[in-house]
Design a protein around this ligand. Structure first.
Ligand code: HPA
Length: 284
């Protein structure tokens, strides 16, 4: 049983290695509505998830489900267009398998992105937020990707999660935003399992405990990335305002809103990659 995970990781990494000679340095997980970044990737090798047996087929509208390897901003990149969500019924292990595979391929830096509801009523749809820290509510309640046997080859039994979001990468993102003339908020992201959006009381609760943005992904992937010793940058696109007095969120809005911010998002990520290529972050 215990070797299932590592054999799944290795089998999947082998499938990808057979398709490219590229050794990806940076991995990017593209959240809802943010997949246009892949259009900027040079010399792309595209592998649909349907050709990767261990990957489930993402069911959510707006998620295409392909892995793209190529070059952007001077670095070798592995981008995931479409992620697996806990609310779709996948286990936390399934949700985080792509991060394990990235690590096995040599990826040292993970850039994780998502669509999120902004809890601050002063924020605008289309704002970008650098994730400073997270509240992993399902994980705190026991739905945790590291629960169960620990494979010491993948990481330690009790990994630290303090400062999970790399300060140097965060500073690079802020520098990139300044250059692009964009506002980059800084805040705490809370992951709820979904798929229901929050009640008013839940929004009020989240605000009271210091949460700035709420979504249904990211935290499990970050925990597994940190378990494997990767550096992490997290960016949320605020697609709606999750405030009791604001109109209720809907999925179409999440996909469409913030359309104007998407070129800015691509420019920001590309700038961060250029900084990584320039060696601004030491290898993990
Ligand atoms: N809540 C939860 N998840 C989300 C939201 C939200 O308001 N917006 C985008 N993803």
């Amino acid at each position: 049983m215990h070797d299932d995970l590592s054999s799944q990781i290795e089998t999947t990494a082998d499938i990808i290695r057979a398709r490219t000679h590229r050794k990806p340095q940076v991995g990017v997980i593209l959240g809802s509505g943010l997949s246009q970044l892949v259009d900027h990737i040079a010399d792309p090798t595209v592998i649909p998830y349907t050709e990767i047996p261990a990957f489930p087929n993402p069911s959510v509208l707006g998620h295409k489900g392909e892995l793209v390897l190529g070059e952007l901003g001077g670095v070798s990149l592995l981008a995931l267009r479409g992620r697996f969500h806990f609310y779709e019924g996948y286990t936390m292990q399934e949700v985080t398998l792509p991060v394990r595979v990235m690590r096995a391929l040599g990826v040292e830096t993970l850039i994780v992105t998502n669509a999120a509801g902004g809890l601050n009523a002063d924020w605008q749809v289309g704002d970008l937020m650098r994730i400073r820290d997270h509240l992993f509510l399902p994980g705190m309640a026991g739905m945790h990707p590291l629960r169960g046997h620990n494979d010491d080859r993948l990481g330690p039994r009790f990994p630290a999660m303090l400062n999970a979001y790399d300060a140097d990468l965060g500073a690079m993102a802020q520098a990139a935003a300044r250059r692009a003339g964009a506002t980059l908020r800084d805040g705490v992201y809370a992951m709820l399992s979904g798929p229901a959006f929050e009640t008013g009381a839940e929004m009020t609760f989240l605000r009271a405990v210091g949460v700035d943005a709420v979504g249904m992904s990211t935290a499990p992937e970050v925990v597994v990335a940190r378990h494997g010793g990767m550096r992490v940058l997290g960016i949320s696109l605020i697609t709606n305002i999750a405030h009791p007095d604001a109109p209720a969120a809907n999925h179409q809005e999440v996909l469409e809103a913030g359309e104007a911010a998407k070129p800015m998002f691509s420019a920001l990520i590309t700038d961060v990659l250029q900084q990584i290529a320039a060696g601004a972050v030491n290898e993990a």
